[in-house]
Write a protein that binds this ligand. Structure first.
Ligand code: NAP
Length: 258
């Protein structure tokens, strides 16, 4: 199926590595151009080179800073002249718990995981109105299942799902669709880092994988990428306000399956 994304312009936050990089690769395979917005300069430049500068441009930004969000949107427009899709993806499960965290750390976690989703949508909106574009927000299963000891991240991801519905409603008159993809267990640099905190990372991984109903395996970043790209494309023209769980049945299927 041709996703009809040729020469469309997509901005992907956290696009240098992991899920974001997989979304950028999928977009370029469909002939889109991508703005890779990330703070990891080395990974961003490498991906830009891999995808080719005529298709992909890296813009360094610390998304916790409002000005950097604004300038990421501006640089994308200066470079490509239009914007057809925004993927809010950057985030980190930073384990700011109820007891182990502090009120200040809770707010900082929201800055890392939630506030830039609003900022990027706010600054991208004028261009998205012109193109009747689309927004995809990357959430997490933690918004629905909880995890324990990660209040900031859970609140942010819950907020992202609420904003997905809220923006889908607000942007109906503009024809801008807004959807969320909800991953559970995806092998990425961030996930590897998290696993490394356990005394026996390989045993921990085996335990997690044994609870994933479909195929007893991790979700591949490309599988999140494919869903995100479909949601950004005109092929999903009548889909808005939806949460798509790309998780091998992790959140919804009967626990007896594991
Ligand atoms: P990742 O491997 O760490 O890749 C994310 C990229 O975003 C990294 O390059 C990171 O840079 C960058 N980034 C993070 N915060 C940033 C900021 N404030 N400003 C600029 N760049 C920033 O992460 P991932 O696993 O692909 O996760 C992507 C999204 O999926 C996140 O929202 C995460 O919550 C969600 N998710 C992931 C999983 C999973 O199993 N992996 C499950 C559920 C949800 P640094 O490396 O410098 O931090």
């Amino acid at each position: 199926m041709d996703l009809q994304l040729k020469d469309k312009v997509l901005l992907v936050t956290g696009g240098a590595k992991g899920i974001g990089a997989a979304i950028c690769r999928a977009a370029c395979e469909e002939g889109s151009r991508v703005a890779i917005v990330d703070r990891d300069e080395q990974a961003g430049r490498e991906l830009e080179k891999e995808l080719g500068r005529e298709r992909a441009r890296f813009f360094a930004a610390d998304l916790c800073l409002e000005d950097h969000c604004r300038s990421a949107a501006e640089k994308t427009l200066d470079c490509f002249g239009r914007l057809d899709g925004l993927v809010n993806n950057a985030g980190v499960n930073d384990r700011i718990g109820l007891e182990q965290g502090t009120p200040r750390q809770f707010v900082e976690s929201l800055e890392r995981n939630l506030l830039h989703y609003y900022n990027m949508a706010h600054f991208a909106l004028p261009a998205l109105r012109k193109s009747a574009g689309s927004i995809v927000n990357i959430a997490s299963k933690v918004a629905l299942t909880g995890q324990g000891n990660t209040s900031g991240y859970a609140a942010a991801k819950g907020g992202i799902l609420a904003l997905t519905r809220e923006w889908a409603v607000e942007l109906l008159p503009a024809g801008i669709r807004v959807n969320a993809v909800v991953p559970a267990e995806v092998m990425t640099p961030l996930y590897r880092q998290w696993l490394a905190n356990f005394p026996d990372p390989s045993a921990k991984l085996d335990e997690i994988v044994s609870r994933i109903p479909l195929g007893k395996r991790m979700t591949k970043p490309e599988e999140i990428g494919a869903t995100a790209i479909f949601l950004l494309s005109p092929r999903s023209a009548h889909t808005t306000g939806q949460f798509l769980f790309v998780d091998g049945g992790y959140v919804h299927l009967d626990r007896a399956l594991t």
